[in-house]
Design a protein around this ligand. Structure first.
Ligand code: GAP
Length: 442
């Protein structure tokens, strides 16, 4: 398969099969905004659930939380975003299109569509990415607020609340998942660079010294890499890259990315691990006039902790999982497309088919098996499909295309011995399984 059109195939499949739709599409769309359909929302949920499990629920040293999206302007002054959360922008003097100056692909696209010799760029200016809004019932009294540009600040401003309510012992972390908003100059590459997107993050607070900093930075770098691999990537498609000093965000003392080898633009950032030192807590102490220090009972010392951050994009994970899973092969002499998701991530765990639609005894038995399966997975009832439409071959192909690992077919033998066929998505092989074993198999 030509790698350069894999992205177009994914975008088309995602829309056709109910994963992801362009935002506000019937009104002409909104650049950099996407909506998740029934299957996309399940895939995204499974990725977030896997983050929550590994970074938060399985650990005794991490707490979960969920902060609000809207925050007062002062928080963003304190965090440095008002002044420094900017990208360089250039404008074409001929057509007035604005493009991010440090994005060679965006510049090249513009020069290609507008014929290079007719393009004339302005000098770069800095452009702030924060999305502003207003709260209040009258124009006069309304106060400016920002939709958070990173979910991080919601954790830092709750640091004292977590200390006072949970009494954690350092080192400890606070994790959360939620939406972030950036007025990206050139949103592009489908879910890769959006204006509204979701992040999953951990802020891990440690004692403020270099030995602790180096130890925990290394620990979380490797932890995040292993977590990403666990989404089902081939190891050769992921790598680390350290940021150059002029590339690091204003808060970072050191920064590494986990990158994915994309078919649309080579190695691209999937995840960031940042050594934020005491930047955020010190600045919020200063701006809010609330003491955000930590008292260490063991050493009888008071200090502002340092923060090691793991920050991943949920939508980028969805995109990269889709790209990694997209497979074209041949089965039974016929070409097919299938999504080779890791089984735990698949939006649909299993599809249940009666062999024939017009045999009520088969349909009733299939319905019974389907309901029993659903009741085994209480909180994931949408993860099963019932389908009696069309011939079995077509039903298999429909499930392959959305990455369903197992198809369960109820036939006449089922009525005699309570066994079904279970077809494996990747090999197409069918095995006979006792109904009582089904929940275990899927
Ligand atoms: N709190 C640190 C922080 O926000 P970042 O590198 O700006 O760091 C973290 O963002 C992650 O969020 C990135 O690795 C990426 O996965 C995701 N991300 C950032 N901007 C994005 C955008 N415009 N669209 C989709 N995902 C984005």
């Amino acid at each position: 398969m030509a790698e350069n059109n894999k992205m177009e195939k994914i975008i088309s499949l995602a829309k056709r099969r109910g994963f992801i739709f362009p935002g506000s599409e019937i009104y002409g769309g909104l650049a950099g905004i996407y909506d998740y359909g029934p299957l996309g929302v399940e895939l995204r949920h499974n990725i977030k659930q896997y983050f929550w499990q590994k970074f938060i629920a399985d650990r005794e040293d991490v707490y979960g939380m969920s902060a609000a999206i809207l925050m007062p302007a002062k928080i963003w002054e304190a965090s440095g975003h008002t002044e420094l959360f900017t990208d360089p922008l250039v404008e074409c003097k001929i057509c007035h299109e604005r493009v991010r100056a440090d994005q060679p692909e965006a510049i090249a696209d513009h020069e290609k569509t507008h014929k290079k010799e007719k393009v004339e760029w302005t000098e770069p200016v800095t452009f702030n990415l924060l999305v502003e809004s207003k709260l209040g019932a009258s124009e006069k009294t309304a106060t400016p607020v920002y939709l958070r540009g990173e979910i991080t600040q919601g954790v830092h401003v709750n640091f004292k609340n977590i200390l006072d309510s949970m009494h954690p012992k350092i080192p400890f972390g606070i994790g959360q998942i939620g939406k972030a908003f950036r007025n990206e100059i050139t949103p592009r590459d489908f879910l890769f660079r959006q204006r509204e997107f979701e992040q999953m993050e951990l802020q891990f607070y440690i004692k403020p010294n270099d030995a602790e900093g180096d130890k925990w930075f290394e620990y979380w770098k490797n932890f995040a890499f292993d977590w990403y691999l666990g989404l089902g990537f081939k190891k050769e498609n992921l790598r680390f890259r350290q940021h150059e000093s002029d590339e690091r965000a204003h808060y970072a003392k050191d920064a590494w990315d986990i990158e994915y080898q994309t078919p649309f633009a080579g190695w691209k950032e999937a995840w960031g691990i940042h050594h934020r030192k005491d930047w955020d807590l010190s600045r919020h102490s200063e701006y809010s006039k609330v003491d955000l220090s930590y008292y260490d009972e063991e050493t009888k010392e008071r200090f502002i902790p340092w923060d090691i951050e793991c920050s991943g994009g949920v939508d980028r994970a969805v995109l990269f999982v889709l790209l990694e899973a997209y497979t074209e092969d041949e089965l039974g002499g016929e070409p097919r497309v299938f999504l080779k998701f890791k089984k735990e991530l698949a939006p649909i765990r299993a599809a249940v088919f009666p062999l024939l639609k017009n045999k009520p005894e088969l349909v009733a038995k299939a319905r019974e098996i389907y309901s029993n399966l659903k009741s085994n997975f209480q909180f994931q009832t949408s993860n099963f499909h019932f389908d009696d439409n069309g011939n079995i071959g077509k039903r298999y192909r429909r499930q392959d295309e959305i990455g369903t690992p197992h198809c369960i077919t109820i036939d006449f033998q089922t009525l005699e011995d309570d066994t079904v066929t279970v077809r494996d998505r990747d090999t197409g092989e069918q095995t006979r399984v006792a109904v009582s074993e089904l929940a275990k198999v899927v």
